[in-house]
Write a protein that binds this ligand. Sequence first.
Ligand code: ZN
Length: 374
Amino acid sequence: MPSSIKFGKIWGIEVGVHWSWIPIFIIFTWLFATGTLDHFFPHWSAAAKWIAGAITSAIFFASLLAHELAHSFVARSKGLDVRGITLFFIGGVSNLGGEPRSAGDEFQISVVGPLTSLLMGGVFAIGWAAIHPFSPGIAGVSAQLAVINATLAVFNMVPGFPLDGGRVFRSIIWRRTHNLHQATHVASMAGEGVGYLLMGIGIVFFLFGNLLNGIYFFIVGLFLRGIAAGSYQQMIAEETLAGLKARDAAMQNCEVVSPNESVESVVDNYVLLRNIRCFPVQSGDNLVGLVTLEDIRHVPRDQWPITPVEKAMTSFDRLHAVSPDEDLRQVLQLMARQDINQVPVVEDGRLLGMISRSDILRLIQTRRELQHER
Ligand SMILES: [Zn+2]
């Protein structure tokens, strides 16, 4: 998720929040301030209720974080690379590098999150019992947090991939059938089903006048349906690309230009006449940078005759170059992670070609079609 705000690191794991978290934090603060806190502390000023509401929301998000940290720690102990945690409106997402190696690993990584939420629910329930004789109000807030954490545990155990419960479900099918593809297919169909179900519940809430719940269920359902379908397509893509290298997808539709050549001459000679769209800039034997149509567009039209490509190019050290033997799946992940559309394939300082996201998607499409023919 590129659109997130970084908070910092906890034991080496980068923690951030998605932009959608900010309105949700405000809504939770409002719900606590005007609900639970208003009920238990009616004599408090509005400001005091809002501050206490924000603190309660922060504790709630800390328990979400505990859930995600549990996933990350177990994943790391199973040898997976943990890139970071992003909290957003449905809960959180741990960004793991790669898939679990075995059904057993996946089961443990997935089940530990809801177990942590359940544990947190238990801790807040004990808090309620312990505090109640002294302050029924604070005990009431603790009880509320216990209920929320228990609800989270239950919701996450719904067997729709990629929710935790869906992953647990997938690991069970995976162990039985020894077929990860089939397991993912079944689990993500269940995920889409759960998504539609939640959207339906949202519509029912809405029709009965419960607007907030209606909208919340509908959005969560829509979102779950989308990521369930997406995660299956991603697996198809990864399967189709298995065994392919960067060199297999590199397109040779590039033309080497010299650093002093003017942008205008590049446009006139290559772009307009021959529809070439990428230009490695070579000085002697060295690749010093790359000019794309995007770079050219950044130069004002009247400057084209007097601007050398050297000034317009993206210099080599800022390019995310890959080697020809790089796994194509890694290349696709790199482009998704860096949010870039094309990468140069470079061997010993020489450009072999470019790979764009659309080239890879076309490659997947073609290979899938040929597989169906056979
Ligand atoms: Zn989880």
